[in-house]
Design a binder for this molecule. Structure first.
Ligand code: MG
Length: 390
């Protein structure tokens, strides 16, 4: 058994990697890139970066061993970096990474009474939490799943998320191309359905045939009444799940939709803690949850996933814009959970950014394969640091 490798240094890095085509596809009429490099998508009134933005965290132990983390830094990543550098990092110095859960709970408490139990604060906590777990698992020379209770799944089914093409015909062709590559699940983004959501669903079903799982992300655009009417029409095309129809604060609306439709409702990519999930489980607001590792970190992801199991709810994790570090953490944590029919696959991000990390993490023929090796099994390549911004 090796000696305790106490934490001696915590560092954070903002990374911005250019993309040829912005996330969610080419700019549409009325959309433009602002002076800070962001675009506001008219379809869902949400701001996105036009590069791949992320925040990396490096924690160094007394032995010189390094743990890596990453958090959600796609908009105003400077906020996350400041919280890590000023608040979380200094409070972690001298701690034993073997106490990862205790460290997480202690850091969560630091700003709790001031009302910082979500948003950028918990994103920052998620990133450092991943790094602590990586350092801990590396110290034991075990893969991350090996310290989370064990590997239940050695591969994970991946569903293709988003069809970033300008026209419905092109999106159908892209869906068919993914099916030909062996993928069995495809989700489209309603925010991009200029020809109508039901029409897009009908066209995709016609294109891919009856055996593919089709899903739609409704991007929080509808009232509960509108959502029930819309999703019932989509059910005619055998929809696998409908995602995020109502605004995230609308717990009662979520519950009404879940009770009023005949297909599974999937929710949760924007929630960070069990405290946000618990009332939704109790109200049966969804039958699929979509925790995002970049928001939750390992500790809370596992807490949420185990709580889902207690409510007989499936977990299909979200996959955000990132360099692959929190994706690796998400795959490890998901592999240790019981009810996981799929993991989201953001092909335009995951594949594009694999060249920036080490290891053998991959997604092909419809399945993710877990990275092997100690800890996360992936680390940033040196070339990532060519894209550090301030
Ligand atoms: Mg979504």
């Amino acid at each position: 058994m090796q000696a305790v490798d106490i934490i001696t240094k915590v560092e954070s890095f903002i990374i911005s990697i250019p993309r040829e085509v912005p996330y969610l596809g080419p700019l549409r009429e009325g959309e433009h890139i602002n002076e800070k490099g962001y675009v506001i998508r008219k379809g869902n009134r949400t701001i996105y970066p036009t590069s791949d933005m992320s925040v990396l965290i490096r924690i160094t132990g007394e032995s010189g061993r390094v743990g890596w983390g990453e958090t959600y830094g796609i908009v105003a990543p400077q906020a996350v970096k400041a919280i890590i550098d000023e608040v979380l990092g200094p409070a972690m110095i001298g701690r034993d990474p073997g106490n990862a859960v205790v460290i997480h709970e202690d850091l969560y408490d630091l700003m709790r009474v001031r009302g910082f139990f979500g948003g950028y604060y918990v994103d920052s906590l998620a990133g450092v939490d991943i790094a602590v777990w990586d350092l801990f698992a590396k110290g034991l020379n075990r893969p991350l799943h090996g310290v989370l209770g064990g590997m239940r799944h050695s591969t994970l089914p991946a569903y293709v998320s988003g069809l970033p093409k300008a026209t419905l015909k092109e999106r159908c062709d892209l869906a068919v191309a993914w099916v030909a590559k062996g993928f069995k699940g495809i989700k489209f983004a309603a925010a991009m359905s200029d020809d109508g959501i039901v029409r897009e669903m009908a066209a995709l079903r016609e294109a891919v045939g009856p055996d593919i799982d089709l899903m739609v992300d409704l991007h929080w655009k509808f009232t509960s009444g509108q959502a029930i009417g819309l999703i019932r029409r989509l059910e005619a095309y055998n929809i696998y799940f409908a995602e995020a129809p109502c605004e995230p604060e609308d717990l009662e609306g979520q519950e009404l939709v879940a009770r009023g439709i005949g297909c599974p409702l999937a929710l949760g990519e924007e929630w960070r803690t069990v405290f946000e999930y618990r009332p939704r489980f109790e109200h049966r607001c969804m039958s699929i949850i979509q925790p995002e590792m970049g928001h939750t970190g390992v500790t809370e992801f596992i807490n949420i996933g185990r709580m889902a199991n207690a409510f007989h709810v499936d977990t299909i994790p979200h996959a955000a814009i990132g360099l692959g570090i929190f994706m690796a953490a998400s795959l490890h944590a998901t592999a240790s959970l019981k009810r996981v029919p799929y993991h989201e696959y953001q092909h335009s991000i995951f594949d594009h950014n694999l060249k920036f990390v080490t290891g053998n993490m991959a997604c092909s023929e419809g399945y993710y394969s877990l990275p092997t090796g100690a800890g996360l099994g992936v680390e940033p390549q040196q070339n990532v640091f060519d894209y550090v911004i301030q």
